[in-house]
Design a protein around this ligand. Structure first.
Ligand code: MLT
Ligand code: ZN
Length: 475
């Protein structure tokens, strides 16, 4: 295995010495995860500027048995994008590959390099009068390559689907340096295995995604949103079903927010005013979008709220009166994540169960948490419309974060995951596996599933060079 100095020397010749870092002061930001929970080290951090350079770097690493951790915006919540300690790996960060390659407004496609940020992709689409619909809180820093590698979800999945649904073609560099390219904007292509889907959601364990062709949609001209007080998650589920029946594809987002989550985020935002009076136990942020007139869309939203009130599912509602109200509502929702990080962190359970099971799941999991860690604040929020809740118990205000997490993290997350599993749910709905959930997979995937995952890994990466130690539990 080459030393760090030999690695730097060889890779500098490919990417240029300014783009091959090895001093700790330069590499730390690439070897530490976003929440500063995972700290590893690397032989070097390499920032290639083209697919050709990625291919040459990979070929050199393949020849010298050097492992590679692909990295986009380093916003993983699961420790998936940083090396582990003594990894003997390099980090290959794609941020220099940030060019939009083309937009075809007739084919409704956007071609770009993998290092374009999500907000950059959305802006490029908007510039052509189109929408790229993926929407997540980290859009200013996360990159399209990482969004693809982790099959990112977020707050508009209900209407548009996950990243897997939003891509038509990708280019990826394989562990031996060869380039797989399917950069085509086809909506129909039944010519055998859909190989690109292997790389999507593979968390960088099979190839390094370097470019993509994404689907675009009509730019909505109207948006209506309301924060709605509901008695409980059961009422929220009924309201969603009603909204889908009455407003069909206008229903773009349906986000659940618990009272503890709202209190936390308002506090984090320096005493922001909650949208609804009287501290309701449960709230929903419902958003409709459309390409028609604003007043028509407002009328649709109003009709759903009225029907929901008649049924007793809507207790109160604050309707956004302007675009800035809509943005303020979304700020409250999106900052819940960072509000938890600021408290020292919660027990993150990013889970999904069939939508019809959500109320019972929340009830039984909450009761279990209170048995195991009494007084926990129940920070429960997220994409209820997709059956995906972020079920994140948080320490009582007077208990130090470290004490709470040391005492309860393992027991609580295991208990929650097992309740999810009993309901045929997923222990990681949208955040992926990384290292955080890697060993838990052994409990929740069947022997056949795990064997197939390893067969795929060995077929594409027989030497185990790509993103070592991530996603796949040791067989
Ligand atoms: C969110 O929905 O806010 C994100 O998935 C991030 C998080 O849960 O922390
Ligand atoms: Zn989320």
């Amino acid at each position: 295995m080459p030393t760090s100095a030999e690695t730097v020397q060889a890779l500098s010749q490919i990417v240029g010495s300014a783009h091959c870092l090895s001093a700790a002061v330069d590499t730390e930001v690439f070897t530490t995860d976003y929440r500063k929970l995972y700290r590893g080290d690397a032989l070097a951090v390499v920032l290639p500027g083209s697919t050709e350079e990625v291919s040459q770097v990979m070929a050199w690493c393949h020849a010298h048995q050097v492992r590679v951790v692909p990295q986009g915006g380093n916003t993983s919540l699961m420790g998936g994008a940083v090396p582990e300690k003594d990894s003997g790996a390099i980090v290959l960060n794609l941020r220099r590959m940030n060019r939009v390659l083309g937009i075809d407004p007739i084919n409704d496609t956007l071609s770009l390099q993998a290092g374009v940020t999500l907000s950059g992709a959305r802006a490029a689409a908007e510039g052509a009068g189109r929408l790229f619909p993926l929407r997540i809180g980290s859009e200013g820093s996360c990159q399209i390559g990482g969004n693809l590698a982790t099959n990112a979800g977020g707050t508009a999945v209900l209407r548009y689907g996950n990243m897997r649904d939003l891509v038509l073609g990708i280019e990826a560099v394989l562990p031996d340096g060869r380039v797989y390219s399917s950069l085509r904007g086809l909506r129909k292509d039944n010519t055998g295995y859909d190989l690109k889907q292997l790389f999507i959601g593979s968390e960088g364990t099979l190839g390094i995604i370097t470019a993509a062709v994404l689907k675009l949609y009509p730019q909505p001209r109207a948006v209506s949103a309301a924060f709605i007080a509901v008695q409980d998650p059961a009422a929220a589920v009924q309201l969603l079903s009603l909204a889908k029946q009455m407003a069909g594809p206008h229903v773009t987002a349906f986000e659940l927010v618990s009272a503890d989550a709202m209190t936390l985020v308002c506090d984090y935002l320096g005493g922001a005013r909650p949208p609804l009076a009287g501290s309701p136990a449960w709230m929903v942020l419902m958003e409709f979008t459309g390409t028609g007139a604003q007043d028509e869309l407002d009328a649709h939203l109003g009709a759903v709220l009225e029907a929901g009130m008649d049924k007793g599912w809507v207790q109160d509602a604050a309707v956004a009166a302007s675009l800035s109200d809509v943005q303020a509502f979304w700020r409250l929702r999106e900052e819940i994540s960072d509000a938890q990080t600021r408290t020292g962190g919660s027990i993150k359970c990013d889970v999904s169960v069939p939508l019809s099971d959500i109320p019972a799941f929340i009830e039984e999991a909450s009761a279990r948490v209170q048995q195991l860690a009494p007084g926990s604040r129940m920070v429960i929020y997220g994409h209820m419309g997709d059956g995906n809740v972020h079920f994140n118990p948080l320490r009582p205000a007077d208990v130090p974060a470290r004490d709470y997490l040391d005492a309860h993290y393992h027991e609580v997350s295991t208990a929650v995951d097992s309740l999810v599993h009993q309901r045929q749910g997923s222990i990681s709905a949208e955040h992926g596996i990384g290292v955080a959930k890697r060993d838990d997979l052994r409990l929740y995937k069947s022997e056949v599933e795990l064997a197939l995952m390893w067969q795929v890994k060995r077929a594409l990466d027989p030497q185990g060079l790509l993103n070592p130690g991530k996603m796949l539990p040791t067989p």
